[in-house]
Each structure stands twice: as C-alpha cells, then as structure tokens.
Write a new protein. Structure first.
Length: 165
C-alpha cells in the first residue's frame, strides 16, 4: 500500500511538471511566432496605424529627383520671361502657335512651340513643347513637357536636347 501511494505521488509530481514544461514550451512557441507577425513602427514620426498623422514612407531611401531646369545659361529674369512665354504657348485654350520672349538687358531670347494636343496625367493637364533659347553665342534647341493643375502655374516635367531627325 505504501508503495502504491508513493507511486501515485510520483506520478502526480511528474504530471504536474509535464504540464508546466508543456505550458512553458507553448508560451515560448506562441511568443516566438507572434513576434513574426507583429509590425511595430520604428520611425519617430506618428503613423496613421497608431492614430497619428499620415506619414509617407521613403521606401527606397533614394534622393528625390530635382525638377528639370530649362537652361543653365538663363539668369533668373531670363528664366521668368521664358516660363511666362511657355505658359502662354502651352495654354490649352490658346491658338497652339509659337510664343517668343526676350530680355533686352541680357540679350537672351527664345521661343516655345507646343507639340500635339494637351493630355491628362495624374489629375493634371500636360503638354509637350519644343523650345529654342539663345544666350550670347549659346544656342539651344530643347524638347520637353510641362504640366499644371487646373489653377496652378505650369511646371516643367521633362527637358532635354531636341533630337534632330
């Protein structure tokens, strides 16, 4: 009888240890697996996920591309006059004819000619153009495109040397 009681007590102790070990193993496994599925924001800025402001992630870490420049030969006043002529030439309500510009103080001059019809792109109106720019002895023929929102100014989206041919 005493042996049976000892055997029963040993069986109870082993069963309790097995349950504890099983519970520890289950907790460790569940914790390890849960760590694989929880997304924790690491940025200091608030995120919409946690009730903060909207944050646009920098997915690639790339340096943002600067907007294209019309010509390096233009000073700020030349550039202002050229962009004004471009805006007139690209206006979808306009005649589609070339628009000339000049700056008598620097001698810079040029023209913009719209190419094709205006087209929509990401909620904006865009139009391609050819441009001729002359500053001192430097002559440039360019092709490019500009876009604008309904009430905004035209902004260059692409400018490169005109391909002949």
């Amino acid at each position: 009888m005493r042996f049976q009681r000892l055997r029963h007590t040993a069986a109870c102790v082993i069963a309790q240890m097995s349950r504890r070990i099983g519970l520890i193993m289950l907790t460790a496994t569940a914790g390890g697996l849960a760590g694989c599925s929880i997304a924790v924001p690491m940025a200091a800025e608030p995120s919409p996920m946690w009730g903060g402001a909207r944050v646009t992630p920098d997915v690639t870490g790339a340096i943002p591309k600067s907007p294209p420049k019309l010509s390096r030969a233009l000073d700020s006043e030349d550039h202002r006059r050229a962009i004004a002529a471009m805006s007139t030439a690209l206006d979808p309500q306009g005649s589609g004819a070339s628009v000339n510009w000049d700056n008598p103080q620097t001698g810079a001059k040029g023209s913009f000619t719209p190419v094709g019809q205006p087209y929509p792109l990401q909620g904006m109106i865009c139009r391609a153009f050819h441009a001729d720019i002359a500053v001192n002895e430097t002559q440039e023929s360019l092709q490019g495109a500009a876009c604008r929102e309904k009430t905004a100014e035209w902004a260059l989206t692409d400018v490169k040397p005109l391909k002949k041919g």
